[in-house]
Design a protein around this ligand. Structure first.
Ligand SMILES: CCCCCc1ccc(-c2ccc(S(=O)(=O)CCO)cc2)cc1CCc1ccccn1
Length: 240
């Protein structure tokens, strides 16, 4: 297949991010604090600053019944659903369709007082990975988002401060076959979701404001997104 200009970076980032997402929180180095918990959802962060700016890595693990990894990644990746679940989104544009599994987005997020409004340009890539731990188990699906340049949309020209992020959504489907050999239904599947993100807020914002925003917004985002996928898929055939 013809490789596109971003392919080497996409392939390297996907491998790196997936390897990190698959590590348990204990193997990811020290300093992870559990900062939010809600049922099966556990959210960890590490307090890190770069040039005095908060860039706290975040890792969330959630197990959701009734949906598959392919479905979760499809609703996360596909631009047509984003306004339905991304609460802080003010505007989103697909700047480039590099291939059917690789897009470049420009997003502006709603201003969060007292910080200035933020925007972000990132490539987004969705991929199915072989389940090398359980050969006959369902495939693993992932979406990786990584900031990239756009000559048409240079950083910090307009009113928005450009943020820089790397995000990995890793989804592992689990099937619990019914005893009596009946066909698999949504009651027999669950999805283990690992969401990792590192966000550099770009221009300076008070550490206390940033940490308060993340503490409030990330749990809300993951709960709202997973509820959205459950609702969108409940009367649809399973997509593995
Ligand atoms: C003063 C606030 C500065 C930070 C604002 C900020 C930064 C990053 C992001 C964000 C978070 C997740 C993604 S994604 O996972 O790629 C999904 C596609 O949209 C992209 C962007 C958002 C927001 C706005 C606040 C906020 C913080 C978390 C979660 C949600 N909202």
């Amino acid at each position: 297949a013809i490789q596109h200009r971003l392919w080497p970076e996409v392939d390297r980032l996907v491998k790196q991010q997936v390897a990190m997402a698959r590590m348990g929180i204990g193997e990811c180095g020290t300093g992870w604090q559990l900062f939010a918990e809600d049922g099966e959802m556990k959210m960890y962060r590490r307090e890190e600053e770069v040039d005095g700016m908060v860039v706290d890595p975040l890792k969330a693990v959630h197990v959701v019944k009734g949906i598959t990894g392919h479905e979760v990644c499809d609703y996360f990746f596909n631009p047509k659903y984003r306004y339905d679940w991304e609460t802080t989104l003010e505007h989103m544009t697909v700047l480039e369709t590099i291939s059917d599994d690789t897009l470049v987005f420009l997003q502006t997020h709603k201003r969060i007082w007292p910080a200035s409004q933020r925007d972000v340009v990132f490539w987004s890539h969705m991929r199915k990975l072989p389940n090398d731990q359980d050969r006959d188990g369902p495939d693993i699906w992932t979406v990786v988002n990584n900031s990239t340049e756009s000559p048409e949309h240079p950083a910090n020209v307009g009113k928005c401060v450009r943020i820089y992020l790397t995000v990995c959504l890793l989804c592992q489907t689990r099937v619990h076959p019914p005893k009596d050999g009946a066909p698999i239904t949504r009651n027999n599947v669950s999805c283990k979701i690992t969401y990792c993100s590192v966000v550099n807020p770009g221009g300076w914002a008070p550490a206390s404001v940033l940490r308060a925003v993340y503490k409030r917004e990330y749990p809300k985002f993951l709960k709202r997104f997973t509820s959205y996928v459950i609702n969108q898929t409940k009367n649809k055939p399973l997509m593995f």
